[in-house]
Ligand binder design. Structure first.
Ligand SMILES: [Zn+2]
Length: 266
């Protein structure tokens, strides 16, 4: 941290710094409510600590909220009034933007689509619930599900690859694009689960545009198509027809771009 602090102090004309973390952030108090998927736990007062250490203004935000803002301003959410963003990677986050502003709820937790229940018989989630969307469709859980199935059915070209520690959801997507039936089936099933959650958001918000981002969405149409099909099946037709579902345009840089734009616009 001290190197970063020194660099920031020496960088001249910085007006504001955006900081996005995978965790819950209360923007009213600028406190971290919970943090996951970092090599460390983000301290509750990281915002105040950084401002004090650098003398610079910081804007602290949840990573999905930051990515949503990036897509809204500079990516697949451009020219929409309202969007719902879903980010799928090591975890699953979501964010709601209404009339150009992030709608973060009473305590900063709005949009947490990764923790809505998809499978009442499902496995335990990091949040304490069971069967959350994240327990099925996050990158590590796609890998886990693939390995469990491959232990029973080893006819796929993935069988040997999947046993390696380095095996990722991106490998599975690559095999699917090469026509491997097992990988295609896994993406199809994952997409259906995401589509169930998307349908709920469509019915709840009747939102103009849904932007899907994060590394898992890089799988492309093989994942997007089942998401759209399932969302269409499970939402009210009048709501579904008013919604456009698109892939994000900013890729893995979306979080950094979004939080920089938030810092600029705050
Ligand atoms: Zn959960």
């Amino acid at each position: 941290m001290s190197d970063v602090t020194r660099d920031l102090q020496q960088s001249g004309d910085i007006k504001s710094v955006g900081l996005a973390i995978p965790g819950l952030v209360n923007r009213e108090t600028d406190r971290v409510l919970a943090s996951t998927n970092l090599p460390f736990t983000a301290p509750e007062h990281i915002h105040a600590d950084l401002m004090k250490a650098t003398g610079l203004r910081f804007e602290l935000e949840n990573d999905a909220n930051a990515a949503a803002y990036g897509e809204y301003k500079a990516g697949a959410g451009r020219n929409a009034r309202d969007i719902f963003y879903i980010g799928i990677g090591d975890a699953i986050g979501g964010a709601i933007i209404l009339d150009g502003k992030l709608w973060t709820g009473a305590s900063g937790c709005a949009g947490e689509i990764g923790h809505i229940t998809i499978d009442t018989e499902g496995g335990e989630c990091v949040c304490g619930n069971t069967g959350c969307l994240e327990t099925i469709a996050s990158s590590p859980n796609i890998v886990r599900r693939a390995r469990e199935r491959l232990n029973r059915d080893n006819t796929s070209s993935l069988s040997r690859l999947a046993m390696q520690d380095s095996f990722t959801a991106a490998d599975l997507a690559l095999e699917a694009n090469n026509g491997d039936d097992f990988s295609l089936m896994m993406l199809e099933r994952t997409g259906r689960s995401i589509g169930i959650a998307v349908a709920s958001m469509i019915n709840l918000l009747n939102i103009e545009r849904i932007v899907l981002g994060g590394p898992v969405i890089e799988a492309g149409d093989l994942l997007l198509k089942p998401i759209m099909t399932e969302a269409g099946k499970r939402s009210l037709r009048q709501c579904f027809e008013a919604t456009t579902i698109v892939a994000g345009e900013l890729g893995v840089e979306g979080v950094a771009m979004g939080v920089a734009l938030l810092a600029r616009d705050a």
